[in-house]
Ligand binder design. Structure first.
Ligand code: NAP
Length: 259
């Protein structure tokens, strides 16, 4: 399917690895020029080189912390006039509901709620002026079904979800769609880190921790960044213009719900 995106420009935040990288690769495959971001310069440059070589698109890199005001300013300056914005950042650490203090919540809100909102506010107005734009926020399955050890994620991502629900309906008339993609477990460094936590807490091997988690997923496996990226690229495509303010779960059936 031709996604109708050749020649567009996209900012993909937190995209040197994992789900953000999957989105960057799928957009590049559709002919989209990229601004890629992550903190670590080495992995970011390596991913940018691989994408340029594989797809022949232009890739600009901005090594910066997307949760900080300075990082956001640097990324926004490089991304002025983009057609597509993919919001992403690292996820908060696990813990117990009674562990976290104000600073922990502020850090989670900065990463998983306020950074995407700042980028939406900076970049969506120009999309509206041009009458076309796409915003995809990478959130989490925890928005639909809370994950007990990820209370910081449950909380911050719920805040972004509420903002998007209202905002997406205010900008849709200008040809701009905003939607959220909700990953269940995917085979990335984040999954390795979560499995390490289970392995340490329960005194089991990484393989056992992974098998235990797979047993809770009807698909019986972890998702891949390629599957995730392809869904993101479709949401950004010309064909998805009528999809507005939705929360799309990619979880292999893990959330046991009718709707
Ligand atoms: P990942 O494999 O650990 O990759 C994270 C990417 O984000 C890396 O490129 C990392 O590069 C970059 N990054 C992290 N913090 C950043 C920051 N402050 N500023 C700029 N870049 C940053 O993680 P992932 O699995 O792709 O997860 C992406 C998001 O989806 C996270 O919020 C995660 O919580 C959420 N999620 C993931 C899963 C899953 O199973 N994988 C499930 C549900 C939700 P640097 O470290 O160099 O900055």
């Amino acid at each position: 399917m031709d996604l109708g995106l050749a020649g567009k420009r996209a900012l993909v935040c937190a995209s040197s690895k994992g789900l953000g990288l999957g989105c960057a690769e799928a957009l590049a495959e559709a002919g989209v020029d990229l601004i890629m971001n992550a903190r670590g310069e080495q992995a970011l440059e390596a991913s940018a080189v691989a994408i340029r070589d594989a797809y022949g698109v232009k890739v600009v890199t901005v090594a910066a912390d997307i949760t900080s005001a300075d990082g956001q300013a640097a990324v926004i300056a490089a991304a002025e006039g983009v057609d597509i914005l993919v919001n992403n950042a690292g996820g908060p650490p696990p813990g117990l509901w009674s562990d976290w203090d104000r600073d922990d919540f502020i850090a989670a809100l900065d990463a998983n709620m306020l950074a995407p909102i700042a980028l939406i506010k900076a970049l969506v107005p120009a999309m509206m002026d041009r009458g076309w734009g796409r915003v995809v926020n990478i959130t989490s399955q925890s928005v639909k079904a809370p994950i007990p050890v990820l209370g910081l994620s449950n909380s911050a991502r719920a805040g972004l979800t509420g903002y998007v629900a209202g905002t997406s309906r205010q900008v849709a008339g200008s040809g701009v769609t905003i939607n959220n993609l909700l990953p269940g477990i995917h085979a990335t460094d984040r999954a390795v880190s979560l499995d390490s936590g289970v392995s340490a807490a329960q005194g089991i091997s990484m393989e056992e921790a992974k098998a235990q988690r797979c047993a809770t997923i009807p698909a019986g496996r972890y998702g891949t960044r390629q599957e995730f990226g392809a869904t993101c690229a479709f949401l950004c495509s010309q064909h998805a213009g009528f999809i507005v303010g939705q929360n799309i779960l990619l979880d292999g059936g893990a959330v046991n719900a009718t709707l």
